[in-house]
Every structure is written in structure tokens, then in C-alpha cells.
Design a protein around this ligand. Structure first.
Ligand code: DHB
Ligand code: FE
Length: 290
């Protein structure tokens, strides 16, 4: 992976890293699987939708050429994963969510890294000695749809730090910071000590940021934890958890907030906040037979 050399997390740094990560992580790619009939049907309608927008808004040649140059810049900056995960992924997730029971899912986003450190519960996420932010204990159970605890389930968790940056994508953060795969105990319980994340701002210095500014939108996502929760014989759920009362909850630029996914941590009296959340997994008939 190329290590961005910029002193702070720039769009160029996180964009290029997100593109590099996507290229190497085929688990979430599924590229090359579309049948010709699907390509024909989906791309045809996509182009018809574009044509319709051009007619309705009487798009001019200068605007068409500006769109082309923006797309070239977005590609050169490696920003397509960022752009697509912010503005498009939530609808793909909505389509797939219609077939999944249990805990609500939401978007994966561009900052997942496979192979995080595996830790038995209770666990403390890898963090710097002087990690900023309010300490938080996030705990709960993983259960199946019948309420049975799932022992040995994997709670793959990643989050931004108190400044809104992700390790692996911001050059000054240690590798693996605030990322782990926490394994539930015999009672299906997990307990994770971390810090409460901060809201995340889409890098404003790249093409996506420039587009957002040009359109007069805001670049913020509410503070969130990212999770992929899975277990053998169960269908994994990719989700995020948000914080009650947090900024941008009602106007997430990525439109990925769902009411079932909002946590309300309470002060534990010792400067730590605590919150419980239970995950519910659907059995995966394809792998359950094994
Ligand atoms: C983006 C960043 C996130 O942290 C996230 O959860 C979703 C999308 C992005 O910059 O594209
Ligand atoms: Fe995120």
C-alpha cells in the first residue's frame, strides 16, 4: 500500500489510500460478476436517467465539459470510493437490506481494512497512550433471531479518532489504531473499551469536497462506529452505530443513519461513558449446513 506522505489527512492521501485498499480487497468487490443482460438493463437505464437530467436542466456544453474534467480529477485523486460510498452506497444497501433480517445494516464506507488484530472479549481497542476523546465502553451480546447467544462471533470494529480520522488512511495515525476484531465469549457477550468517535468530514481539499462546496452542501457525517458482525453459520451484518443528540444525525451527507442504529451512552460516573447494544444475526442457510 502506498503511504501518503502529507503531514495531515488530505483528500489526496485518504482518496488514494481508499482506492488502493479497494483494489486489493476483493472480498467486498465482486467485480466481474455482472451478466451481460444485467449490464444491458442497468447501464441502459442509467444512461437514460442521465439523458433525462440533461434535457430537463438543459445542460450546456461548458457544463458537460466541466463534469468531464471533474470526473477525470476524481479518478486521478483516487476519490471514486469516497464519492460512491457517500452518495450512492446507501441505496445499494437499501436494496440488499430488504433481504436481511436481524440487526439493521448500513453502508460499509471506504475505510474498512481486513485483518485487524483479533482480541477476546473484554477488549480495549489498540490506541495511542494519549488517545484524545471521552473513554467509552461499548458492550452487548450477539444473538440469533431466536435469542440464543452466539459464542465466538466476530465483532469487527473500526472508527475515526477524536479528530475524525481513520488509521490506515491518515498518515500520522499508527497502523491498526482504533480497529480490532473482538470475539464474543461463551455467553455471546462482547465488551469493548474505546473512545467516543468524532463527526467525520469528507476531505474538503479534493474533487468531492469541491463539488460539495460548489453545490452549497455540507461535508459532514455524524460520529459513528463501523461494524461487521458475523459468525460461522450466520449471515454477517455490515452496519454503523451513531450517538443520540450528535451533530449531523439528521443530515448525514452519506444518508446512512437509521433510527435503530442510534446509541445513547450514559456517564458511568468515572469520566467513562457506557452503552449496551445487542446484535441479532440471521442464520445463513448456505453455510449453516456445514
Ligand atoms: C465516507 C467516510 C466514512 O467514514 C463513511 O462512513 C462513509 C463514507 C467517505 O468519505 O466516503
Ligand atoms: Fe466512517
Amino acid at each position: 500500500m502506498t503511504t501518503p506522505t502529507a503531514p495531515s489527512p488530505t483528500a489526496a492521501g485518504s482518496g488514494a489510500s481508499a482506492t488502493q485498499t479497494f483494489r486489493t480487497a476483493d472480498k467486498y468487490r465482486g467485480a466481474g460478476t455482472a451478466a451481460p443482460e444485467r449490464v444491458d438493463a442497468v447501464v441502459r437505464d442509467l444512461l437514460l436517467a442521465v439523458h433525462d437530467v440533461i434535457r430537463r436542466h438543459e445542460v450546456t456544453y461548458p457544463e458537460f465539459q466541466a463534469a468531464k474534467s471533474w470526473m477525470i480529477e476524481a479518478g486521478e485523486g483516487g476519490e471514486w470510493p469516497l464519492f460512491l460510498d457517500v452518495f450512492v452506497e446507501h441505496v445499494v444497501e437499501e436494496v440488499q437490506a430488504a433481504t436481511q433480517e436481524g440487526t439493521k445494516g448500513t453502508i460499509l464506507g471506504p475505510y474498512y481494512l481486513p485483518g485487524s488484530r483479533r482480541l477476546p472479549s473484554p477488549a480495549t481497542l489498540p490506541m495511542r497512550d494519549d488517545e484524545k476523546g471521552t473513554p467509552m465502553v461499548f458492550a452487548g451480546h450477539v444473538r440469533d433471531l431466536d435469542g440464543n447467544p452466539v459464542a465466538g462471533a466476530e465483532v469487527d470494529i473500526w472508527q475515526a479518532d477524536d479528530d475524525g480520522y481513520y488509521s490506515g488512511f491518515a498518515p500520522e495515525l499508527p497502523e491498526g489504531n482504533l480497529r480490532a476484531v473482538v470475539v464474543t465469549d461463551d455467553d455471546g457477550r462482547f465488551e469493548i473499551r474505546t473512545i467516543q468517535p468524532a463527526p467525520y468530514q469528507i476531505p474538503t481539499d479534493g474533487p468531492t469536497g469541491k463539488l460539495i462546496e460548489a453545490a452549497g452542501w455540507h461535508p459532514w457525517r455524524p460520529a459513528h462506529l463501523h461494524l461487521i458482525v458475523g459468525a460461522p453459520g450466520h449471515r454477517a451484518v455490515t452496519t454503523q452505530l451513531y450517538f443520540s443528540g450528535g451533530e449531523w444525525l439528521d443530515s448525514d451527507v452519506a444518508e446512512a443513519v437509521k433510527p435503530e442504529l442510534v446509541l445513547d451512552p450514559q456517564d458511568a460516573g468515572d469520566g467513562t461513558r457506557r452503552v449496551e447494544y445487542d446484535f441479532v444475526l440471521q442464520r445463513d442457510e448456505a453455510t449453516a449446513a456445514a
